[in-house]
Design a binder for this molecule. Structure first.
Ligand code: HEM
Length: 341
């Protein structure tokens, strides 16, 4: 083999090695990455998303009756979500903080409302077992709904940072399940409470007198007359009945969007649900206060069902007269009370 042939073979080998090298490089990760050529679809999709305006939407087709589930992408939903969340968050914080501040002030000024006379030691039945069952079914379920609802509205900003993602997601997932199912117990309690109490909650002229005297809430020794429920309690009853009905209806629609109509209707129900929940929470926090620590002897009515006779005479003088037949002349109505209408 002469030198020329040797040189030619050497160049050929170098060429093969070079070709193998280039081919090898094509299979290194860097080269693979360079080779990825984003598909036309993903590029188009990205451009499409960028181009979508507020009122636009991308919809698919569904064979189930729920048209709302065909919506795929709708930028308007993001701005709706932030408007809705902002409004409901603000009202919820205002309701809870507002109620606590008002009650704290009331407690500091008025203190606990005590029975003026001594306890008589005589107990009279105020609420039957059915009435208490209806109340506690409604109250217990409302408290579960209020706490789990509060977590849905404020949890991500207020609870997640100190509870951590794992624990927060667990309580939120279970909370959401509880919220969806306990709603039915609330509706049942609401209907039962309405049936057992509506007759006692029709406004009458005794209520005007009660309101004129501030319900005796702001001055010791003042006890305006009242039947089974005074004007303040009637406000609680109707707020619970109407607010509870609104929460039930809007909650039902959110659970079954197929019945809700258009998406705008669904969003309207969602907003009303949050606003009514905040308002009713304010009322109920005040109610829980006055039914427990705020007034001596009040809790017994819903605990054992029996209250002290003197408590009853001070707060519901006309009702005592009704249940006792007619007031005993030797046992005049409590100080500050007026004759029956
Ligand atoms: C721990 C929570 C609660 C306590 C301690 C409590 C206590 C009471 C008490 C003592 C009464 C009878 C007052 C009386 O003798 O005249 C009452 C009545 C009532 N409660 Fe509650 N309650 C609670 C929660 C709730 C909740 C969550 C609701 C509604 C969702 C509610 C709705 C009512 C209604 C409508 C009445 C009849 C009207 C009235 O007395 O204001 N309660 N409650």
């Amino acid at each position: 083999m002469n030198m020329k042939t040797l040189a030619q073979r050497f160049v050929a080998v170098l060429g093969v090695v070079a070709m193998l090298g280039v081919a090898g490089m094509a299979f290194t990760p860097a080269a693979q990455a360079q080779q990825i050529n984003p598909t036309a679809e993903s590029v188009t999709e990205d451009a499409l998303l960028q181009a979508l305006q507020e009122g636009d939407k991308i919809e698919g087709r569904v064979s189930i009756p729920d048209d709302l589930s065909s919506g795929l992408i709708k930028p308007g939903n993001a701005s709706w979500a932030s408007t809705h969340t902002g409004t409901v968050r603000f009202l919820t914080i205002a309701a809870v903080v507002g109620a606590v501040v008002v009650l704290a002030l009331f407690y500091m000024i008025r203190g606990r409302i005590m029975i003026d006379g001594k306890m008589s030691g005589i107990r009279i039945l105020r609420f039957t077992a059915i009435e208490r069952f209806a109340h506690w079914l409604m109250a217990g379920s409302f408290i579960v709904l209020a706490l789990t609802g509060l977590n849905l509205v404020l949890g991500r900003t207020m609870i997640l940072p100190w509870l951590g993602e794992g624990a927060f997601s667990t309580i939120t997932v279970w909370g959401k399940v509880a919220h969806n199912y306990v709603g039915w117990a609330f509706m049942l309690g609401l209907i039962l409470s309405f049936l057992v109490w509506v007759a006692h909650n029709i406004p009458n002229k005794v209520d005007a007198e009660w309101v004129a005297q501030g319900g005796g809430l702001f001055k010791k020794g003042v006890h305006p007359p009242a039947k089974k429920f005074n004007a303040g309690q009637k406000v609680i009853f109707w707020a619970t009945t109407l607010g509870g009905a609104a929460l039930s209806f809007t909650g039902f629609m959110m659970l079954f969007p197929v019945l809700a109509g258009t998406q705008a209707d669904w969003q309207f129900y969602q907003l009303i649900h949050g606003i009514v929940a905040a308002g009713l929470s304010f009322v109920i926090i005040a109610h829980i206060y006055i039914g427990s620590i705020g007034m001596e002897g009040a809790f017994d009515a819903m605990g054992s069902g029996e209250v002290d006779l003197n408590w009853a005479k001070e707060h519901h003088s006309l009702w005592v007269e009704e249940v006792q037949g007619k007031a005993d002349p030797a046992d005049p109505p409590a100080k500050g009370t007026q004759p029956a209408e």
